[in-house]
Write a protein that binds this ligand. Structure first.
Ligand code: VGL
Ligand code: ZN
Length: 199
C-alpha cells in the first residue's frame, strides 16, 4: 500500500472570517477537514508565519497598497495586508481545526526577504522548506492537499509537489480561494498542466 498524507494548508485565523486576509467561506471547510484526517497515514499542517515588516506586506513598501503587484529580486509578488505575524492571534491555527492527529506543523514565510506560498519552496522556487525530505524519509508518495487559499498556497504547494514526483490530489471542496484578477482560473489550469488531480 502506498503511504499517503493529508496536507492541510494555512487554516489560520487571518485567512478565516474576521481575519486580516479573510478568504470567503474559509471556516466552512474545517469540519470536513477534521473528518478527512482518518483516511491518511500522516497528517501535516502548514502555518504561514511572517515576521512583522515582512517584504510581502504592502505596508513595507512606500506608496503601495494591498493587492497591488510589485517586482522582487525573485520575480513578481502580490503585496498583501499585514497577516499571520509570528505569535499573533491571526497566525494561530483556527480553534475549530482538530490538530491532535497532526504529525508535523511546518511553518513558512519566516524569511523576511522572500515570501513562501508553497509548503515546499520559498517564492524564489529554490529555497527548500524541508517538507520534501520529511515526506520522502517517511516513505510517503501520495499527497492530498486541502485548505487556504486554493489559488495561492494550495496551488503553489500542489504544483511543487507534482514536480517533485509526488502523486497529488487537491480536494476543491475542502479549499476556498481568494480569486483576484483571474487567479483561481489560472491556478486550476496550472495545477492541471502540472498533473495534479482536482476533485
Ligand atoms: C496565502 C497570501 C499570502 C495563502 C499566504 O495561504 O494562500 N496567501 N500568504
Ligand atoms: Zn502570507
Amino acid at each position: 500500500m502506498p503511504k499517503s498524507a493529508l496536507i492541510v494548508i494555512d487554516v489560520q485565523n487571518d485567512f478565516c472570517t474576521g481575519g486580516a486576509l479573510a478568504v470567503a467561506g474559509g471556516d466552512e471547510i474545517i469540519p470536513d477537514i477534521n473528518a478527512a484526517v482518518e483516511d491518511f497515514d500522516a497528517v501535516i499542517l502548514t502555518q504561514d508565519w511572517h515576521p512583522s515588516g515582512h517584504s510581502s506586506f504592502a505596508s513595507s513598501h512606500a506608496g503601495k497598497t494591498a493587492f497591488e503587484m510589485t517586482q522582487m529580486p525573485y520575480g513578481p509578488q502580490v503585496l498583501w495586508p499585514d497577516h499571520c505575524i509570528q505569535g499573533s492571534t491571526g497566525a494561530a491555527l483556527h480553534s475549530a481545526l482538530d490538530t491532535d492527529r497532526a504529525d508535523m506543523i511546518i511553518r513558512k514565510g519566516y524569511n523576511p526577504a522572500i515570501d513562501s506560498y508553497s509548503a515546499f519552496f520559498e517564492n524564489d522556487h529554490k529555497t527548500p522548506t524541508g517538507l520534501d525530505g520529511y515526506l520522502r524519509t517517511r516513505g510517503i508518495t501520495h499527497l492530498t492537499l486541502v485548505g487556504l487559499a486554493l489559488d495561492f498556497c494550495v496551488n503553489f504547494s500542489a504544483v511543487d509537489a507534482a514536480q517533485l514526483g509526488f502523486d497529488v490530489t487537491v480536494r476543491q471542496d475542502l479549499c476556498r480561494a481568494i480569486d483576484m484578477d483571474g487567479s483561481l482560473c489560472a491556478a486550476l489550469d496550472g495545477m492541471t498542466a502540472a498533473g495534479v488531480a482536482l476533485t
